[in-house]
Design a protein around this ligand. Structure first.
Ligand SMILES: Nc1ncnc2c1ncn2[C@@H]1O[C@H](COP(=O)(O)OP(=O)(O)OP(=O)(O)O)[C@@H](O)[C@H]1O
Ligand SMILES: [Mg+2]
Length: 374
C-alpha cells in the first residue's frame, strides 16, 4: 500500500469505503482499514479469490488484470446480515514497485437497496390494498348494469357492499395521507400541551358504541398525571388506534383497561424516555400476539392475519401511524402480549416543560377513580 500510494496513505486509510490493491497474479498487495474490517483480518499477501469469493467480482477483476481498463460490478456478501456492494475495479496507469496493478474500491449499497426495497414494497402494498376493493366495485357496477338491472333486491344488496368497499378505499387514502403528513413533520417536535387523561376520556366516548356492540367496556384507571408535551389532535389518534385494536382483537364481553402513572425522574419509565413523562397502558383480553410478530407490528400494512384484519375493516396502517406520531413526540411504544390471554400496549410520553403560558384546563371529572363506561 505504502509503495503503491506513497504520500497518500493518510487519505487512503481515512476513506470510509473499503479499498483493496491487487497484483497481476491476483494477490492482495494492500488493504485500507475499512477493507481489513470487511475481511475480518488483514488480507495482504493472500490470494484475492480466497478472500472475496464472488464469481462476478473475480471475473471482473480478471478482465481488468488481462485487458479491460475498468469494470463495475455489484455483489452480495453472504452471512447472517448480507451486505450489498458495488465494486469499481480500475487498472493503474503503471504497476507500482510492490507489483500492484489494479485497485478495487467497494461501496456499501446495503442501506440504499433496503430503502429502495421498502419503497417498492410500500407502493406494491398500497396498490394492492386499493385494487382489491376497486375490483369488487367494478364487478358490482358491471352486474348492476347487466344481469341485475331490473332486480331491486339485488341492487339494494350490491349498493350496501359497494358503499362498504368505497368507504374502505376512502379510509385507506385517509390513513396514507395522515401517515405522510406525520412523516413530513416528524422532525419538528410538537408545540402544544395535552392532558392524557382527558384525551383518553374523549376517545373512549367516541368508541363506546363500537365497544358496546361487542359487549365490551372501558375501565379507566388514571391518576392525576402531569401534562405531556404534545399535539392533542395527533395524540388522540394514538389512543384511537390502540383502543380500536383492543376492541377489534379483544374477546367479546371483556373489559379494556386503561391504566396510567407518571414516569417520575429517575424511574425506569423516565430512563426509557430519557426524561420524566407519563405512561399510559391499554390492556385487552384478546387473542394476543405471537412473539415473532411483535417487532413487525408497527410496519405499514403488517398484519398477523391479513384476511381477518381486512374483514374487520382494517388497513394495517393503524400502528404505523401510532409509531410515527410517538416518534414525533419523542415518545415510545412498548408491546407485550401473551397468546391466548391478551395484550398490553404501553405509551410513554415526555412531560411538558413546567408551567408555561397556557396550562391545560382539567375537567372536573378528570380525577382519580374508575370511570367505567359500558
Ligand atoms: N390489541 C391487539 N391484539 C391482537 N393483535 C393486535 C392488536 N393490535 C394490533 N394487532 C395486530 O397487529 C396488526 C396491525 O395493527 P394495525 O392497527 O396497524 O392494523 P389493523 O388494525 O389491521 O388495521 P387499521 O388499524 O389500519 O384499521 C393487526 O392486523 C393485528 O394482527
Ligand atoms: Mg388497527
Amino acid at each position: 500500500m505504502e509503495a503503491a500510494l506513497a504520500g497518500h496513505e493518510a487519505v487512503v486509510s481515512g476513506l470510509p469505503d473499503p479499498l483493496i490493491l491487487v497484483s497481476a497474479d491476483g494477490r492482495i498487495t494492500g488493504a485500507n482499514p475499512a477493507a481489513r474490517e470487511l475481511c475480518a483480518a488483514d488480507p495482504a499477501g493472500r490470494d484475492l479469490a480466497a478472500v472475496l469469493r464472488h464469481p462476478a467480482l473475480l471475473a471482473a477483476v480478471d478482465e481488468v488484470l488481462t485487458s479491460a481498463a475498468q469494470r463495475v460490478v455489484e455483489f452480495d456478501t453472504p452471512g447472517g446480515v448480507p451486505r450489498h456492494f458495488a465494486a469499481r475495479i480500475a487498472r493503474l496507469p503503471a504497476p507500482t514497485r510492490d507489483g500492484t496493478v489494479a485497485i478495487i474500491a467497494l461501496h456499501d449499497l446495503t442501506a440504499l437497496k433496503r430503502a429502495e426495497q421498502m419503497r417498492a414494497d410500500f407502493i406494491a402494498n398500497a396498490s394492492h390494498e386499493l385494487r382489491t376493493p376497486l375490483t369488487s366495485l367494478l364487478g358490482f357496477i358491471e352486474t348492476l348494469r347487466g344481469p341485475a338491472r331490473e332486480d331491486a333486491a339485488a341492487r339494494e344488496r350490491f349498493l350496501t357492499v359497494m358503499y362498504e368497499q368505497a368507504a374502505r378505499m376512502s379510509r385507506l387514502v385517509e390513513d396514507l395521507l395522515s401517515l405522510s403528513r406525520i412523516e413530513l413533520h416528524e422532525h419538528t417536535p410538537p408545540h402544544g400541551r395535552a392532558d392524557v387523561a382527558d384525551l383518553v376520556r374523549r376517545v373512549t366516548g367516541m368508541l363506546e358504541l363500537q365497544a358496546r356492540r361487542k359487549a365490551m367496556r372501558f375501565v379507566i384507571e388514571l391518576p392525576d398525571l402531569p401534562p405531556v408535551a404534545g399535539d392533542p389532535d395527533e395524540l388522540i389518534h394514538v389512543f384511537q388506534n390502540l383502543l380500536d385494536n383492543a376492541i377489534k382483537y379483544g374477546r367479546a364481553g371483556t373489559e379494556i383497561r386503561i391504566t396510567g402513572k407518571p414516569a417520575a425522574p429517575g424511574s425506569a419509565g423516565a430512563r426509557r424516555l430519557g426524561r420524566a413523562g407519563v405512561i399510559v397502558a391499554v390492556h385487552d383480553q384478546g387473542e394476543g400476539i405471537e412473539p415473532k410478530h411483535l417487532p413487525r407490528l408497527t410496519e405499514r400494512f403488517y398484519r398477523v392475519d391479513t384476511a381477518r384484519s381486512r374483514q374487520l375493516g382494517g388497513t394495517g396502517l393503524g400502528l404505523a401511524i401510532v409509531k410515527h406520531i410517538l416518534n414525533r413526540h419523542r415518545g415510545v411504544l412498548d408491546i407485550e402480549s401473551t397468546p391466548g390471554r391478551g395484550s398490553v400496549f404501553t405509551v410513554y410520553l415526555p412531560a411538558a416543560t413546567p408551567a408555561r403560558e397556557n396550562p391545560v384546563p382539567r375537567p372536573g371529572n378528570a380525577r382519580r377513580g374508575r370511570a367505567a363506561s359500558s
